[in-house]
Design a protein around this ligand. Sequence first.
Ligand SMILES: [Zn+2]
Length: 456
Amino acid sequence: MGSRPYRRRLAWGAAALLVAGIAVPAVAVASESGGASDVPALSAGHGAKKAKNVILLIGDGMGDSEITLARDYTVGAAGRLNMDKFPLTGAYTTYSVDKDGKPDYVTDSAASGTGWATGQKTVNGRISKSPGTDKPMTTILELAQRNGLATGSVTTAELTDATPAVLASHATDRSCAGPADMKACPNDTIAKGGPGSIAEQSVGHKVDVLLGGGKARFDQKITEGRYKGLTVTEQARKLGYDVVTDDKGLKSARAGKPVLGLFAPGNVPVEWTGKAAAQGGTDAQRCVTANPERKAGTPSLDDQTRKALQLLEAKQKGSKKGFFLQVEGASIDKRDHAADPCGQIGETAALDRAVKVARAYAAAHPDTLVVTTADHGHTSQIVPLEATPPGLSSTLVTDEGQKLKVNYSTNTPGQPQEHTGTQVRIAAQGPQAERVLGVTDQTQLFTTIRSALALR
Ligand SMILES: [Zn+2]
């Protein structure tokens, strides 16, 4: 069982070049896994098509159970979400590895994101650095930039959270978010010749569009190096960023300058609230679809996605090169950890509206590959109404007027609920979308995007 990932890692190592201290994968990545040979029948005629743009939408912790729960509650059991409407759907495995390359069956978001961002697995907690040697691994966003594409990242979490972080930073540990958070990353500090915190690296990469939460991180003071004494937000302005903090600011942003949108001090407050699941269950509840903690002027994920697409397209106007955009619905995971079914469903529905925006863009721009997937499964399960399961439960009354019981039992009540090691859905449309068919691995998504965009 343990030998395969180990062998794969060795093969990769042998094929890597070292450019500017960063391991750059050699060209023949596709042969490693997920190459056209895995899906011969469908590749014929489709495999050669090139995508100008890629939109990757990630539901953090959005396993089949989370998708089904959102579907049942919002559009009904027989209804279909936007994310259900992709023409091609497969599944992928999400496991991470330990430092010797052996499988760790339950991944976190850092390791899983590193998987599709770099094409290689790593240890839980690590951001686009190798499992044993802790060396930076080139990311799909870095490759896209080198190939002249515009790039963007949108999230409902802090912009320094694991899923956005894997694209434009390299850190020993995901906790090294701002300049004051470097305890777990002694070798990444600027004093040690490293690249600094995730926040500093993200703006340092000049990603064209960065939208999400985490303003407090970016307001931390830089204590070393060239930008010493400035906050990361001030560093961003020095680098040419237009910094916006609300809906109005976002609307007024124009292409020509990179945009940093920071819409909350921490994670962006979720859309829906309700009673958390409890031992022995809750009274039947309807979710509150307007969270009072969400400030007026907080842009929705679909509004952010729409604006990001506009900015990226405007930046590339007149160019043959397109863009790579990642959009994350982060708090599906966070509310699942909290056994909060309404919070979780509201965030899944919010991501689904962003999927609708992405698919509408692709309908008008058929040279766009759109992929929707997750980084790992999560804890929520739909159980029979008459069941009395252990753990925490809640009964919901769905939009179609039926009762639905959801259970959270992956940890002792009082402790946060846990990720699960199940495979997750991956669905796609557009050039080379057939690469998601069958059962693949999250690292093959790197190859899919790289191949579709013909990135060298
Ligand atoms: Zn999580």
